[in-house]
Ligand binder design. Structure first.
Ligand code: MTE
Ligand code: MO
Length: 248
């Protein structure tokens, strides 16, 4: 019930902002938007909600077994070659609407300021597991790349293929700069395993499992999701109509 209410609110907020963000930047309009009227209180609460942290857990609450799901090994010749060299030559390309495109090694991800978090992963198929994830905040990487203000979404293209097309996912800038949104290269204090998305995967803790792109090869800042896949913002969104915003 809570989830449905929150999602409904966010749908409204998203629409309003997408239509009016130029206006919303003007102080006068902001005042109207966030005035004390009941309907706007709901909107304000929804926006504040997006910044809230997902629950974090203690070490002793971690799941002894954290299952893998979806692709468990991309198994392409290219990926297999990277497994053989322990991802020494893996590069994540950061591009699109940025001033400074980046090409980052796993070592680069380890050298940036780190965040570690013990969180619960919730898969839409009905299972959950608690694990520890570590890596730089996506926001740190985007700032290093000089992401432009024209960017509205961040798109993650993965190394695994479904019918010759890469798995992909996308999030908006609110989630991109959420403090718990990280590019994890370590899980449970070890380098990420192939099953869990080696060498780098997204953790976007306020959303369901399918948003957490594994095997991240490319990160692009874009103004629109049109023309990417079937335009719904992710592999499962395109394939079976899962919600693009999978807030929990
Ligand atoms: N590249 C890629 N990322 C993916 C998937 C996938 O098939 N390919 N499956 C998603 C789904 S549905 C879930 S629940 C989680 C599972 O992550 P895990 O294997 O680490 O448990 O990865 C998500 N990210
Ligand atoms: Mo999932």
């Amino acid at each position: 019930m809570t989830v449905i209410t929150r999602r409904t609110l966010l749908g409204g907020a998203g629409l309003l902002l997408s239509g009016c963000d130029k206006l919303a930047e003007q102080p006068g309009f902001r005042k109207i938007l966030f005035s004390g009227e009941k309907i706007n209180q709901g909107l304000q609460r929804a926006l504040a909600d997006r910044g809230a942290l997902a629950p974090e857990f203690r070490t002793d609450q971690m799941s002894p077994n954290f299952r893998t799901n979806g692709t468990r090994n991309p198994g392409t010749p290219d990926y297999d070659a990277h497994v053989a060299t322990r991802f020494a030559d893996w590069r994540v390309l950061v591009g699109g609407l940025v001033d400074r495109p980046l090409s980052l090694s796993v070592r680069d991800f380890g050298a940036m300021p780190q965040r570690a978090q013990i969180t619960r992963h919730d898969c839409v198929e009905g299972w959950s597991a608690i694990g520890k994830w570590q890596g730089p905040m996506l926001g740190t990487v985007l700032k290093a790349a000089g992401v432009r203000s024209s960017a509205r979404y961040i798109v993650f293209t993965c190394a695994d293929l479904y019918n010759d097309a890469p798995y992909y996912e996308s999030i908006d800038m609110v989630d991109a700069f959420h403090p718990q949104t990280i590019l994890a290269w370590a899980m449970n204090d070890q380098r990420l395993s192939v099953g869990h998305g080696a060498p780098v995967r997204l953790r976007v803790e306020r959303q369901l499992g399918y948003k957490h792109a594994k095997y991240v090869a490319k990160i692009d800042a874009v103004a629109s999701l049109d023309g990417i896949g079937r335009g719904r913002g992710g592999y499962w969104e395109d394939a079976v109509g899962y919600d693009w915003y999978a807030g929990i």
